[in-house]
Design a protein around this ligand. Structure first.
Ligand code: MG
Length: 408
């Protein structure tokens, strides 16, 4: 088994989704880490020019353009091979010279490469929500198996923990992971996920008429459009609740959401003795990305520590689930099981695309989610396999995509 902690060469990194927001920031982090890490593989969807530029800078042995309709990548450096097609992600993730796979890709397309990476003994650092929301029941047992194997061999190795194999990049989950360092699950009372509340926390009174432009103006975080809209509806937080349930093996009853508009406290853990640990930082994704890459080490990063005096007041309040019903809907989907949470996340992709295209209202988003869970979210204890999840995803896209009503 290849182990990044034992490597006598630079740690080989594959970045999936390298031209997206997470991928670009991951490459910035990797550039700052110098010789300890080497970019081995980059994969993008269809941004051929962006990928070529990254290839010229990082000189990886291999790159991939996954979208079959992507334009050709021009001016690749000599020595960089290019792969194409959907199987390319799995091929990159399982390469012998790759130790760590950073997943910045969105969509269910990430699930196969994540499973392939874990099967092949690679560490996964993921920002992809489908991996856990739809595939948590497939991914976590593998991560646990890898950790158990390491524990049997070397109980004190950092890789003797499932979270060292499936490392969260999301700021909230990184915060909880950091709070849990050195702790035992038995000591955990509650997980507390913080949420900025998005641009519509207090106004306008009625959310039916809010525009995509307004939804894309996030008050604290700079992110891609999908996740920015998800933050405005609080769907994002609902998905994070489901991810937390899988990552930390804590039941839904013990996962709280708290609105914290300043986004300085990234999340917290309450322990059975009444102690509460929180992780604080400025809203800069490079910090959780770097922690996931260098764990268990901490290295200097471009992110400055938060200035608590400048921050002044840090405030917290309960979320308003009447105003933002998506949070309640997501939690209910999580409780129903993997079919329902897979339906939720696929439907949300459709809903956000339609909202951004102007064919669905802001308040139509949670309605569409509830509808999708009702139609597609079987409440069975038998979780869907990878193929089931992929066909569910296409079925939902077909059923809920733009309709004639939209053009009215
Ligand atoms: Mg987050």
């Amino acid at each position: 088994m290849s182990s990044p902690s034992l490597a006598d060469r630079p740690i080989g990194v594959a970045v999936l989704g390298s031209t997206g927001s997470i991928g670009r920031q991951a490459l910035e982090v990797l550039a700052g880490l110098g010789n300890s890490h080497r970019v081995i593989a980059l994969a993008a969807g269809r941004d051929a020019d962006g990928l070529s530029e990254q290839a010229r800078r990082f000189r990886p042995p291999v790159v991939a353009l996954v979208d079959p309709f992507a334009p050709r990548a021009r001016d690749l450096p000599s020595g960089t091979e290019i792969l194409g097609g959907p199987g390319a992600l799995e091929a990159l993730a399982a390469r012998p010279d790759v130790d760590l796979v950073v997943v910045g890709t969105s969509g269910i397309v990430s699930l196969r490469p994540v499973l392939a990476a874990l099967e092949a003994g690679k560490v996964v650092a993921t920002a992809n929500k489908e991996t856990l929301v739809a595939g948590g029941h497939l991914v976590m047992p593998l991560a646990r198996r890898r950790a158990a194997e390491m524990a049997a061999e070397r109980p004190n190795d950092p890789l003797a923990s499932p979270l060292a194999w499936i490392r969260p990049i999301d700021s909230e989950h990184s915060a909880i992971w950091q709070c849990l360092a050195g702790e035992r699950l038995a000591g955990v009372a509650r997980l507390i996920l913080t949420a900025s509340g998005g641009p519509f926390l207090d106004e306008p009174d009625h959310l039916d008429a809010v525009t995509p432009e307004a939804a894309l103006r996030h008050p604290t975080w700079r992110m891609g459009p999908k996740i920015t809209v998800d933050s405005a509806t609080l769907v994002n937080k609902g998905l994070e609740v489901i991810e937390a349930r899988w990552l930390y093996d804590v039941e839904y009853d013990r996962i709280d959401v708290m609105i914290h508009p300043q986004s300085v406290v990234h999340s917290a853990v309450a322990f059975v003795d009444g102690s509460l640990k929180a992780q604080l930082g400025i809203p800069d994704m490079r910090l959780p990305i770097q922690y996931a890459i260098t764990y268990p080490e901490r290295r200097p990063s471009p992110a400055a520590a938060p200035d608590l005096i400048a921050a002044g007041t840090l405030s917290f309040r309960r979320p308003d689930e009447d105003r933002f019903p998506a949070l309640r809907i997501a939690r209910a989907a999580g409780r129903m099981g993997p079919w329902a949470s897979a339906a939720l996340i696929a439907a949300d992709d459709v809903a956000v695309a339609r909202f951004l295209a102007g064919s669905l209202s802001f308040t139509g988003i949670p309605r569409l989610l509830e509808d999708a869970i009702g139609r597609f979210g079987r409440g069975t204890s038998i979780g869907p396999g990878v193929e089931d999840l992929e066909s569910l995803d296409s079925e939902i896209r077909e059923a809920l995509g733009p309709t004639v009503e939209d053009s009215r």
